[in-house]
Design a protein around this ligand. Structure first.
Ligand code: EVA
Length: 606
């Protein structure tokens, strides 16, 4: 059961939401002495940094950028007198990777996991007419029981450093918006919708959770504000005659309003946009509203200059413009749930989103994608850390589904990225994860996970659990790159022939493929890292995809270059972007645009 409501903050007749973003006090606590020294009552020697943002890339010294351990934030806020009698919360979009929150010196909540929201209820200790002190103790250490997985190293100087089991930089901080929220005592806690189509009509099955017994009424309005359906009660079915469906790249959003009523008086009102659409996987096809869709798009990251993983509204806009320009229709939120604002935009733009829980690094190596091809066998889920890891994994799936379940854009859940799948213990671990997801999702969307290169058809013990298969494959890059690309294609086809024997009626989507490319290097003839080679590598993969009818999607790794942990395989970050980190096209972007604009939405099902 969730500790607090996951509903996105909003103003309504009964609610108020105020952003607390801005310059906050900030201080590192390498000895974890802040609690004993009373920092909950105010930081002794703070710097000031922006919220939301990762703290790392503001600084010019390595120690601060690479800092690993406890760190603190503080701000001051006023609470309006008119809010007396309401419930008051501080809502964090996320704090990476964990946080404890102190309000006026009192611990009000703590939260594990860096990519999902949580609230701190402060009603009882809020002061009116005087400043209130909000202090957050955060921590960015990784372990094998937390998501994502990694470990902490110690340098000879005693300094801790992050050792992620994944390549993206371990950005941390208050990376998403923070809100001060007022809700009525009796309020809407949660709601869900699920859709069925019947000819030209739809039925929207709904369920509302409140914390009281007063009557509930729901209403659906169209984009012109006309009420098209309404119903009384906490659960029921809303018939929408002549429905305008949410379609891929042709979104239509109704406004779904829940009201708690005391007679005719509105006690609470909450409104969210919903798209009416169905999702099915059948006969090697991914079907939206019964119509086959071929996925074109990317695995992405929340990553940009200076603010790191911090939510940046301008960057979000630019990314969607680029995705529309290039002819994409989908993306995966590799490797964690993204900021909520991004799903709202995907709903509006009609993009399909595979929503991924931060289950990455479940293979103990930073370079898992390279070591995988060596056949290294690790039995990650047989370790004594697995039960605790699974507990966290299940909670984060619950939080992710609670947060994102009503988004039309979310058509599938990705429950792991490149885990170990070679040992029997994986199957046991996975089954619980997949069952939990199915039980929690009111729309019973397809579940998948991205298969590491060593999860081959003959060795992988878990692919059967996926409703559609997702493969990460680096033929032509980590495997047989450069002058060997001809052999890469042969090896790729050999693996695909084996899959063809196995997949039955399941579709397959490529969730990663591509190669590192320096946006500044042009070479004739091509060499690895040149822009020309990136195109050749993609072309080779596409030739392979196009020869297998059950391949129903291609999501290139990655949308843009992104920052990583330092290493000999990374030149100031991962350069597999089709766009640079500054969101300008590499040559491959023009090639992809040409291909994707030519592929019909129902490619291979025409
Ligand atoms: C890569 N390969 O090597 C990517 C990683 C990614 O960035 C993977 O899933 O297999 C991972 O996170 O470029």
């Amino acid at each position: 059961m969730l500790k607090s409501s996951m509903l996105y903050p909003q103003d309504s007749v009964s609610r108020r939401a105020v952003r607390l973003d801005g310059m906050w006090k900030f201080q590192l606590d390498p000895n974890s002495s802040g609690i004993i020294e009373g920092w909950v009552d105010g930081l002794p020697d703070p710097d000031r940094i922006p919220v939301p943002a990762s703290f790392c890339d503001f600084y010019t010294d390595k120690e601060t950028r690479e800092y690993c351990g406890d760190f603190w934030y503080e701000t001051e806020l006023y609470i309006p007198e008119e809010w007396k009698g309401k419930e008051i919360d501080i809502r964090f979009g996320s704090v990476t990777h964990r946080a404890a929150v102190y309000f006026n010196g009192v611990e009000v909540t703590s939260h594990e996991g860096g990519f999902l929201p949580f609230c701190a209820r402060i009603t009882e200790i809020a002061r009116f007419g005087v400043p209130n002190r909000l202090v957050v103790l955060a921590n960015n250490e990784l372990s094998e029981t937390t998501l994502p997985c990694g470990t902490v190293g110690t340098l000879p100087s005693g300094r801790k450093i992050a050792k992620p089991y994944f390549d993206f930089y371990n950005y941390a901080g208050i990376q998403r918006p923070v809100w001060l929220v007022a809700t009525p005592k009796e309020s809407v806690f949660d709601f869900s919708v699920a859709h069925e189509l019947d000819g030209a009509d739809a039925r929207v099955r709904y369920e509302v959770v409140t914390n009281g017994e007063s009557a509930v009424r729901v209403e659906v309005r169209d984009e012109d504000g006309v009420t098209v359906a309404s119903a009384d009660g906490k659960r029921g079915v809303l018939p929408i005659p002549n429905v305008r469906l949410w379609k891929v790249l042709d979104a239509y959003l109704y406004r779904f309003t829940v009201r708690i009523l005391d007679g005719e008086t509105v006690v609470d009102e909450y409104t969210q946009e919903i798209g009416v659409r169905t999702v099915d996987v059948r006969d090697n096809q991914i079907l939206i509203n019964g119509e086959p869709v071929y996925l074109k798009g990317f695995g992405k990251h929340e990553d940009s200059d200076i603010v790191g993983r911090g939510f940046h509204i301008g960057m979000m806009k630019r990314d969607f413009e680029l995705m529309k320009w290039i002819g994409a229709n989908s993306f995966r939120t590799s490797h964690y749930p993204y900021s909520e604002e991004i799903y709202q935009m995907a709903d509006r733009e009609g993009f399909l989103v595979t929503d991924e829980v931060p289950a990455v690094g479940m293979f103990p190596s930073l370079m898992n994608f390279a070591e995988a091809s060596t056949g290294k066998d690790t039995a990650f889920f047989a370790r004594e850390t697995a039960p605790q890891l699974q507990k966290n994994h299940l909670i984060q799936i619950e939080e992710m589904i609670a947060r994102d379940k009503n988004h039309a854009c979310v058509f599938a859940w990705s429950l792991l990225n490149e885990p170990d799948t070679l040992d029997e213990s994986s199957t046991v671990y996975f089954e619980k994860i997949f069952d939990h997801c199915r039980a929690l999702d009111p729309q019973k969307r397809p579940r998948t996970f991205s298969l590491l290169m060593n999860s081959t058809p003959d060795k992988c013990k878990c692919w059967q659990l996926s409703d559609f298969l997702s493969l990460n494959r680096y033929f032509g890059w980590y495997v047989l790159g450069g002058a060997d690309i001809e052999s890469a294609e042969i090896a790729f086809r050999k693996e695909m022939d084996q899959w063809a024997e196995l997949v039955g009626d399941r579709p397959m989507v490529f969730t990663e493929y591509g190669g590192d490319t320096n946006g500044g290097i042009d070479k004739l003839p091509s060499v690895m890292w040149s822009q020309e080679y990136q195109i050749e590598c993609l072309e080779m993969c596409h030739r392979v995809f196009d020869s297998y009818p059950f391949v129903k999607g291609e999501q290139v790794w990655n949308f843009a270059d992104f920052q990583t942990t330092e290493g000999i395989m990374r030149m100031d970050g991962n350069k597999k972007g089709i766009f640079t980190r500054q969101r300008q096209p590499k040559r491959a972007a023009f090639y992809l645009k040409q291909r994707w604009e030519a592929l019909p939405m129902n490619f291979k099902s025409e």
